[in-house]
Design a protein around this ligand. Sequence first.
Ligand SMILES: [Zn+2]
Length: 256
Amino acid sequence: MGYLKFLGTAGARFVMIRQLRASGGIWFSAGGVNFLVDPGPGSLIRLLRSRPKLDPANLDFIFLSHKHLDHSCDINLMIEAMTNGGFDKRGRVFAPEDALSQDPVIFKYIHGYPEKIEAVSAGRSYGVDGVELHIPVRMHHSVETYGFRMRCKGLPEVAYLPDTAFFCGLAESYAGSDILIINTVMYERKAGVGHLSLPEAEDIIRSVRPAKAILTHFGMQMLKNRIWEKGEEISDRTGTDVVIAGDGMKVDLERG
Ligand SMILES: [Zn+2]
C-alpha cells in the first residue's frame, strides 16, 4: 500500500515567490514508511492543512534533491517537526554533500536532532525499513543534485527526476521506472538554464516508457500556457499516461 501527495507544484523562482503554486514538496507513503521530498517554502503548512492531515511526526526520513530554496526552505523546520522539536531522536535526512558542507542549508544545532544526516551520491542506494532509494546519476544543475528510483516490495517503482538540464544518458538511467515524476520547469527548450523543458520531458517519457508520468515543478511559462489543460494531448503525443500535477494531488500506488 502506498501513495504520493503533492504538497506543491511550483518550480523556479517566480512561481514560488508569488506562490502561484504551492512549494511544499512531495509526501511519499510506501509500505508503512513515510518520507518527504524537497520541503520548500510552506511545506509544514501544507502538511498540516492536508485533508486528511499529514503528521510530520510520522516521517521516517526527508530526502533533499538539492539546496535551492524552492526545495530546501523548510528543511530545518521539517527536521524539527519530524523529531518532536528535537526531543525524540528519530528519522533520517538524505541530502547532497554540498547542501551539508558548502553554504549549508541545515543549521548546525539541528544536526543532532535526527538519527542520522547522510550525504548521498550517485550509483548508491539508501534503505530505510524496506524502502530503497537508488540514486542513478548526478543531475546537471548549478548545485549538486540527485533524484532517485524508489523500490518497495509490492509497489510500482516510483522515480523522481528533479531539476536538471537535459543530458545524454539521463533517460537511460531511469529506464524501467513504473511511475516517473519529472520536474518540468520550462514550456519551451532553452539552453543554459539547467532545467528541463516540456519537449525534453516528452523525449524522456518516450524513451523510458513508464506506465505513468507525472509532470510537476512548473515555471511561469508553463502556467501561462495553461499546462493543466494539456495532459491529454501530451499523453497522445508520448503514448504514455501523463498527469499534470496540481497542488494537493494524491496518487495511489498499486501494483498494476
Ligand atoms: Zn534548482
